[in-house]
Design a protein around this ligand. Structure first.
Ligand code: 9UX
Length: 68
């Protein structure tokens, strides 16, 4: 497992936080999602053999947020 930090734009409230957290948790290979609303940073622990940065970007963008 490896820790990554994603920069996500547009999350402003608790529901945003929940939407992004749930979307990432549904991906195979993603564990321990922590969303920091103040900074837009999302820390994830991933198994890189199962999930790519692009998979995570798509999951977040599907929820209506942009990944920088
Ligand atoms: Mo909260 Mo987030 O009302 O897109 S759900 S701002």
């Amino acid at each position: 497992m490896e820790t990554k930090t994603l920069n996500v734009e547009g999350m402003t409230c608790g529901h945003c936080k929940a939407a992004v957290t749930n979307a990432l948790n549904e991906l195979e290979g993603v564990k321990n999602v922590v969303v920091h609303l103040e900074t837009g940073k999302v820390e994830v622990e991933v198994d890189s053999s199962k999930v790519t940065d692009e998979d995570m970007r798509e999951a977040i963008e599907d929820q209506g947020y942009d990944v920088k």
